[in-house]
Design a protein around this ligand. Structure first.
Ligand SMILES: NC(=O)C1=CN([C@@H]2O[C@H](COP(=O)(O)OP(=O)(O)OC[C@H]3O[C@@H](n4cnc5c(N)ncnc54)[C@H](OP(=O)(O)O)[C@@H]3O)[C@@H](O)[C@H]2O)C=CC1
Ligand SMILES: O=C(O)C1=N[C@H](C(=O)O)C[C@H](O)C1
Length: 239
């Protein structure tokens, strides 16, 4: 497949390496400096776009790709207030859009574990839920997209929790998410339930970006030929 890398930073480069290993070609490597080159690409030069850019750039990148008729796999976080608009555009263009806050298989298993744990904890209100996410110091958004997905999974099962808040203290209806930025950490997420006498805690630690990048390439192999809006559950449960 001809893959257009829209965003060629840490993730774009990790994705390129895995895409080449899996026999794909790179149709273009686009970052801020050469974004104008997009207009030189013919529609059929690109089979699928993999978009990992920045919170400010993602919406325009996805819009542009859908309007060109290119299927888009996006992993950029921090832009989801525009999600409804993008999904609507995808439908009106009869296009294909795939989004995940985290493409690693391990994190998607962790999402399931988080929901099971939250459903257990529903009966034990003496345990207070909170979360911590740790990432490298170049990360632009906080909390991480993964942490928001985890908080949404908790809120699905703990009905008294109606929103998340990006600080260490929280009201009874809030899930506290602490964001730490340290060195080159690829991504660590912890969900904990504290009572006065003990703590239950689950943690996912990414050792590198390889898991995120492989998941994004697998999504890009799966998407062309489909129309609609998709996520990791579609990929993992639908062959
Ligand atoms: N869903 C997932 O599994 C994962 C998601 N992410 C998310 O992916 C995003 C990118 O992460 P990462 O690669 O680490 O970030 P980087 O900062 O390393 O790379 C971002 C790249 O996007 C480019 N860019 C910025 N604006 C534009 C634009 N208008 N058009 C095209 N390219 C642009 C930057 O260009 P320049 O260098 O010129 O500034 C840079 O090359 C983040 O939102 C991050 O949270 C990260 C890992 C996993
Ligand atoms: O910016 C990153 O690096 C990461 N971003 C994603 C997020 O915000 O959840 C996924 C991963 O944790 C790495």
């Amino acid at each position: 497949m001809n893959i257009l890398l829209l965003g060629y930073g840490k993730m774009g480069k990790a994705i390129e390496q895995i895409a080449l290993e899996r026999g794909h070609q790179i149709a273009g490597r686009i970052d801020i400096s050469n974004r104008a080159d997009l207009d030189q690409l013919t529609d059929d030069a690109v089979d699928v776009v993999i978009e990992f850019s920045s919170p400010e750039a993602a919406v325009d990148n996805i819009r542009y790709s859908l309007k060109r008729g290119w299927p888009v796999v996006s992993g950029t976080t921090g832009w989801l207030s525009h999600r409804d608009e993008i999904e609507e555009l995808c439908r009106t263009q009869n296009g294909a859009f795939f989004y995940a806050s985290n493409y690693s298989i391990g994190v998607n298993l962790f999402f399931q574990l988080n929901k099971v744990l939250a459903s257990f904890m529903r009966k034990y209100p003496s345990y207070r839920v909170s979360m911590t996410e740790i990432h490298h110091t170049e990360k632009k958004d906080a909390p991480s997209g993964t942490a928001i997905t985890l908080a949404e999974g908790i809120m699905e099962h703990l009905s008294q929790k109606t929103r998340w808040i990006n600080q260490t203290t929280a009201a009874d209806n809030e899930v506290a998410i602490e964001s730490l930025r340290e060195g080159t950490v690829p991504g660590t997420h912890t969900v904990r339930y504290d009572s006065d006498v003990d703590r239950i805690e689950i943690t996912h630690v990414a050792h590198s970006r390889q898991g995120f990048a492989l998941g994004a390439v697998i999504a890009a192999e799966w998407l062309p030929g489909r129309t609609g809006v998709f996520g990791m559950n579609d990929l993992l449960t639908n062959e």
